[in-house]
Unconditional design. Structure first.
Ligand code: FES
Ligand code: FES
Lengths: 168, 168
DNA sequence: CCGAAATGGGACCGATTTGGTACGGTTTGA
DNA sequence: TCAAACCGTACCAAATCGGTCCCATTTCGG
């Protein structure tokens, strides 16, 4: 249904809580209580975000999780990729040509790729910090969403590709 | 995975074939052969597109399907909605507040709504006709993708809502 | 008027994904 | 030493996906 899964939604909510108090450490159970979510679910999400490099974890008693970088530098696109893998609307885009028999001669794939690109950049332009702050004149935030989109589409014809998370 | 399902992808491919020869009638089996897809699958998709009002069907021998309107007036957003229902990234957006307990006081929902809005408009700005024509200077097509997106975000703070197909 | 060629509307099924739980192991601070 | 945390992974039910099958209905053409 062209929808992000529930865990990703939870992830943004959790990151939102954490972004309000950076430099703080949060336990999984504490965050779960704060958001009214089941403990194990929150725990699973946090582990995934650590793997994606968005959070840092601290083991042992008095351990917990903290943001790996500034909330303004964590985009929704990254959250989605950390939770769900590459952003690729179609199999064809993800496979990069292997998946689809007609790829070489198919004009659709390049245009799907552009649409995918547009959506990706839209998601990349929104940070966790943007998400927790209401829109004001001082905080343009989401208002600029789409500018990069337009700019990008004037550029070179993008090869079909999926946007993959850089786990390095 | 923020991905459209396969049938929707097929649907655009099929519509692409039909858009190349408007005013023509196509049988399900003929289209299946043309695209190398299984007959029953194509048939199912076509029925769905008729329900969505994108195609007109003609029953009986020598019947078939034809575009309900000009290919330039059928957007990808409509195709997706016809095949998969409302475009709503999160449950919260689709439910419109019923689904989510915190809705009234949650700043995330309005921002998710904006992102959803941006994606929706991006999809609405691309027509089937755009999809089958390679990008040239004469045919700006996808190049304008994102302009409406930016414009819309300057406007009033959108209520969380899903973009539903108008089956009327 | 009959039969072939089409669509219409479902039911149905296996495979995959999703959403969530459970459990045993490991690290660390007090 | 012990409890508080995280780590990994397996597991499960329910929903969704991708696809097939069947039969009723409509229409054209001979
Ligand atoms: S959709 Fe894969 S090549 Fe056209
Ligand atoms: S996510 Fe539903 S109200 Fe915040």
């Amino acid at each position: 249904m062209i929808r992000i899964n529930r865990e990703t939604d939870y992830a943004t909510a959790i990151l939102g809580v954490m972004a309000a108090e950076p430099d703080e450490r949060f336990s999984a159970s504490g965050l779960a209580a704060r958001r009214g979510l089941p403990g194990p679910v929150v725990s699973k999400i946090l582990k995934q975000l650590v793997r994606g490099g968005l959070l840092r974890s601290h083991r042992g008693a008095k351990g917990g999780y903290s943001l790996a970088r500034d909330a303004g530098a964590i985009s929704i696109a990254e959250v989605i990729m950390a939770m769900e893998g590459p952003i690729a609307l179609t199999d064809c885009i993800e496979g990069g040509g292997e998946a689809c028999q007609f790829h070489a001669h198919c004009v659709l794939s390049t245009n799907w790729s552009r649409i995918n690109d547009a959506i990706y950049r839209a998601l990349q332009d929104v940070s966790i910090k943007d998400m927790i702050e209401p829109l004001t004149d001082d905080h343009p935030g989401l208002r600029n969403l789409g500018r990069h989109v337009r700019d990008s589409l004037g550029g070179s014809a993008g090869q079909a590709k999926a946007f993959r998370f850089d786990h390095g």
